[in-house]
Write a protein that binds this ligand. Structure first.
Ligand code: NAG
Ligand code: NAG
Ligand code: NAG
Length: 361
């Protein structure tokens, strides 16, 4: 559970993974890999101003780009890629921002062009870049997509336009929706996700990864029993599940909210171990696209343990992206993974240095 609203409030206070034919494809990797394939952080800011009920105040959007008056998110990614061997960045953005508050409308050219600058800065590092439709939490202004709120067609329209725009780039990853929660009918949600997957593939993005979110704030612990059984039914138009990767989150603080600087658990036995077994049984994979903690000894201990477990189970866990770098304040944000620049070099937070950087293989 990550009440992004709180995080935002605090912040404001302050493939074509298609492998060469001779090697195993990404989705068929043997179970003896010793490290996950994708490591990185979130670069937040384009999602700021949105509440957990899916309402966004667009005047609070904070592009993490220095030429747009913000922090140097492009520099952060270059540093992470070069110095920490990171190769995946998740780029949260509000649905409302992309369409300038017109649900079902066309992409707003000005706003989309700004977001695209972050996407291009990410691609320039050579990393995989996740479009994370972040803020509405399966909602638009409090109403759930396909279940009383906007009809599926309006959400599909967003994804058709995004997939069309980025279809030709193999390193784009499509994160369907950040942290759905309190969605009443999980089968209907699976139908919504299916419609989006069909639209993305139909727009020509035939092989890129699509991250599929369950209910319960995409909780890694809840997934196998709550959302997983319904979401297993989501397929590519050809009937396969290639590139359809489950999206899970898990925080390590006392109430699993990702809002405290101290960690109390690695949640391996209660969340990642059962999830790993479930993924293996069903021949599927997941990415942990939000995890993190404070820059404290307890979080270093538990987050490093969690990440070690992901690495040891790299046949089913493809990677992780930490929460969060980007436009948060490195001084005041509890879960800051924002690097700071001194002269020409960048300094990582203690937690990033200890746990998030890619394992040397
Ligand atoms: C797994 O181990 C076998 C035998 O050592 C090796 O041939 C294979 O390449 C390994 N696979 C991966 C994905 O590391
Ligand atoms: C939106 O955010 C701006 C800037 O923080 C604030 O001045 C304004 O009152 C907010 N609007 C609403 C409707 O909350
Ligand atoms: C995570 O671990 C803590 C401490 O062991 C436990 O209280 C909590 O229920 C676990 N959370 C989940 C979702 O498994």
């Amino acid at each position: 559970m990550a009440p992004r609203f709180l995080l935002v409030a605090l912040a404001l206070a302050g493939t074509a993974i298609a492998a060469p034919a001779t090697t195993l494809s990404l989705y068929e990797r043997a179970g003896n890999a010793t490290a996950v394939q994708f490591v990185g952080t979130n670069i937040a800011g384009f999602d700021f101003g949105c509440s957990i009920l899916g309402a966004c105040n667009l005047s609070q959007t904070t592009p993490p780009l220095s030429n747009l008056g913000g922090v140097d998110g492009a520099g952060q990614m270059q540093h992470f890629a070069k110095d920490d061997r990171m190769n995946m960045f998740r780029l949260p953005v509000g649905w409302q921002y992309l369409v300038n508050n017109k649900v079902g409308g066309t992409l707003d050219s000005g706003n989309t062009q700004k977001y695209d600058q972050l996407v291009q800065a990410c691609l320039k590092t050579g990393a995989y870049c996740v479009i994370d439709v972040s803020s509405p939490y399966a909602r638009w202004n409090g109403q759930i997509i396909g279940q009383g709120g906007p009809p599926n067609e309006q959400f599909v329209s967003l994804w058709t336009q995004l997939a069309t725009k980025y279809a030709s780039n193999a390193k784009m990853v499509f994160g369907v929706m950040n942290e759905p929660h309190d969605v009443p009918d999980i089968d209907k949600w699976a139908d919504t996700v299916q419609a989006v997957v069909t639209a993305i593939r139909g727009a020509g993005a035939k092989t890129q990864m699509i991250l599929i979110p369950g209910n319960d704030w995409t909780s890694a612990a809840a997934f196998p029993t709550k959302s997983g059984p319904s979401l297993l039914k989501v397929k590519n138009p050809d009937g396969s599940t290639d590139g359809l990767i489950f999206d899970v989150h898990k925080y390590l603080d006392s109430d699993n909210s990702g809002t405290h600087t101290d960690c109390v658990t690695d949640n391996i036995s209660s969340a990642f171990q059962p999830l790993a077994s479930w993924l293996r049984e069903n021949k599927r994979q997941a990415i942990n696209s939000e995890t993190g903690g404070g820059n404290t000894a307890s979080c270093q201990k538990y987050l490093c343990q969690q990440i070690q477990f992901l690495n040891q189970n790299a046949d089913v866990f493809l990677g992780y992206t930490g929460w969060s770098a980007g436009a948060f304040s490195p001084q005041t944000y509890e879960l800051s993974e924002v690097p700071t620049k001194n002269g020409n070099s960048w300094q990582d937070t203690a937690l990033v240095k200890a746990c998030i950087v890619a394992k040397k293989s």
